[in-house]
Design a protein around this ligand. Structure first.
Ligand code: 9MR
Length: 558
């Protein structure tokens, strides 16, 4: 049975923005907009044929109601069938923008969540991480196997309770980069966390929770950085305080160490005005990490190889990489920007290599972003190269933005099958993040509108019709793969979390292939706890969405 419910951005639309609803597989030729309460018709329009959306197999029609700008609460109706409700207004994105950042507070390890901040999701502290064991793979003379170290705080990575350096790198960077680009927005934001009343913007306070942990992941004896802090295997679906298996730090390696160096170099410049001593120690840590990576240029984390050699076997998230050249370029770029020292800077890293939308294992674009953002204060870069840097960033998105104009969903994300893999919604966020930078660089409003389409996608204007952000929208995901949300006995999941999204590649491994009703890439999703390959949440998928929503808000002409 095809679902003919019109799809909308369930939070809503800015009054002056382009506004679309999507209706799949319908014979109807027109649509109406009605008041959500009372049902009076306020706008009528004709549906446009938009063709077949390949990743979902739908024949799509578009309801364009951009011309309708009156603030209020509405539904779109086609053939008597109503969409979820939505709002037209200047403030439609404000609550979710706060919500996706507040989500990090809910991910904190080693602290109770107080009712004053967490509401009904208050919980006991879990994972003090004051007695973490050095795993055999990480043993040194100074810290032999079984050495106990203290490594508290940090955010849980995802639906599981482990803390992974590689994934923390891109996540924390992305939040801090949002701050670097939109400082005034974050100065004004209050997300009600325990530190909200101090002098730091909340985004910097929240990130500090993770950074204090990350600094303990560096071996003080040599500067190398442990890959992760983890149990040997995943814990069950219990609350944090009941997940008490022994935790380990495992194998130092080059990608984790360079991700750490990159992030700490950025941290040094971001926190300098607020916490100068902390900033200095972050920079020292970054340099020591860089040095370790110079001496150990090619130590890769291969979990299965590691398990051949050391016990106990570690079978939690691998975050293994095969190519460390992008991490090296990124770390060098951040160190160069912060110190001005050209020994760190390798222009071939952006001139000679392919640059893609970033991901945890592909971070070259992050170095590009930082260089572009800071280019005017880098006299070592020639004027010609500055222009080429900007061009390189625009090339990351231009084709998508162009295609998105006429794509069936009118969106730069999700019109090709290649957009759908593990964490597709994080990828969507990263696409939006890149596009919003193109807007800042050019002032061309086509980019701003294009980035808005990505927000539309995440908030319900997508083939499954779910709002992929917990707690937001008429039809949000409810059964995310997230241990506290599963175990707390509260119907509503912890709010503000971005579900991983459709992923056609792993359907045979979690809930069973038959559980997935639809195998089209953009539909390969189930809102079920068992579906860790489509409905888990992680810090690296929330981060670009924080950037996207915060940037849309900060740059929104009111
Ligand atoms: O985001 C990761 C994805 O790119 C990988 O394909 C997948 C399988 O290795 O793992 C994802 O990361 C998971 C991590 O390993 C453990 N915590 C949960 C993460 C999200 O599912």
């Amino acid at each position: 049975e095809p679902d003919l419910t019109p799809k909308v951005n369930q939070l809503g639309y800015y009054p002056e923005a382009e506004k679309y609803a999507i209706v799949p597989d319908t014979d109807a030729n027109d649509f109406v907009i009605k008041k959500a309460e009372g049902g009076s018709v306020v706008f009528e329009g004709e549906l446009e044929d938009a063709g077949r959306n390949i990743p979902s197999g739908e024949e799509v029609k578009v309801a364009d109601f951009s011309a309708f700008t009156t603030p209020g609460n509405y539904v779109v109706e086609v053939n008597g069938q109503s969409s979820p409700s939505f709002e037209i207004g200047e403030d439609v994105l404000a609550p979710v923008t706060d919500g996706v950042l507040k989500a990090y507070y809910f991910m904190r390890a080693s602290t109770p969540l107080e009712e004053a901040y967490a509401g009904k999701w208050a919980r006991a502290a879990g994972h003090p991480d004051t007695a973490v064991m050095v795993h055999a793979s990480a043993a040194t003379e100074e810290r032999p196997e079984g050495t106990i170290i203290s490594s508290p705080k940090g955010w849980y990575d995802a639906g599981d309770y482990n803390k992974y350096v590689v994934n923390s790198g891109i996540s924390t960077y992305t939040l801090l980069f949002a701050y670097e680009q939109f400082p005034d927005f974050f100065e004004a934001q209050d997300i009600n966390i325990p530190e909200s009343d101090n002098d730091l913007p909340d985004i910097l306070d929240e990130s500090l929770w993770n950074l204090r942990w990350l600094l303990t992941m560096q071996d003080p004896n040599d500067g190398g950085v442990y890959h992760k802090l983890t149990t040997a295997s995943f814990e069950g679906a219990v609350m944090p305080d009941e997940a008490t298996s022994q935790r380990y730090v495992v194998m130092k390696n080059t990608p984790a160490t360079l991700d750490f160096a990159a992030m700490m170099a950025q941290v040094a410049r971001v926190y300098e005005p607020f916490l100068p001593e902390f900033a200095d120690s972050a920079l020292a840590a970054a340099k020591e990490a860089w040095q370790w990576a110079e001496e150990n240029p090619d130590v890769m984390y291969r979990q299965w190889d590691m398990n051949e050699e050391y016990e106990p076997d570690v079978v939690t998230g691998a975050y293994g990489d095969r190519d460390v050249s992008d991490e090296r370029f990124w770390a060098g770029a951040e160190l160069f920007i912060t110190t001005g020292d050209t020994q760190y800077y390798n222009p071939d890293g952006w001139k000679e290599a392919d640059i893609n939308i970033p991901s945890w294992g592909g971070v070259r674009a992050l170095g590009l972003y930082s260089l572009v953002h800071h280019r005017e204060s880098l006299p070592e870069i020639s004027g010609e190269d500055k222009e080429a840097l900007v061009e390189t960033l625009l090339e990351l998105v231009d084709e998508r933005v162009e295609e998105g104009e006429t794509a069936p969903y009118r969106s730069p994300f999700g019109y090709e099958n290649e957009d759908f893999f593990w964490g597709s919604n994080g990828h969507a966020g990263n696409v939006g993040m890149a596009i919003l930078q193109a807007y800042q660089l050019t002032g061309d409003e086509q980019y701003y509108e294009s980035a808005l389409r990505v927000a539309d996608y995440l908030l319900g204007l997508n083939p499954t019709g779910y709002s992929y952000i917990t707690g937001f929208g008429d039809k949000p995901v409810m059964n995310i793969h997230h241990r506290p949300s599963e175990a707390d006995g509260i119907e509503d999941p912890v709010p503000g979390l971005v579900s991983g999204g459709p992923n056609p590649n792993n359907m045979n491994q979690d809930c069973g292939e038959e559980a997935y009703p639809n195998h089209y890439p953009a539909m390969a999703f189930i809102d079920d706890w068992c579906s860790y390959s489509t409905n888990e949440i992680t810090i690296n998928w929330n981060a670009p969405v924080v950037y996207l929503f915060s940037g849309l808000e900060a740059l929104h002409p009111r």
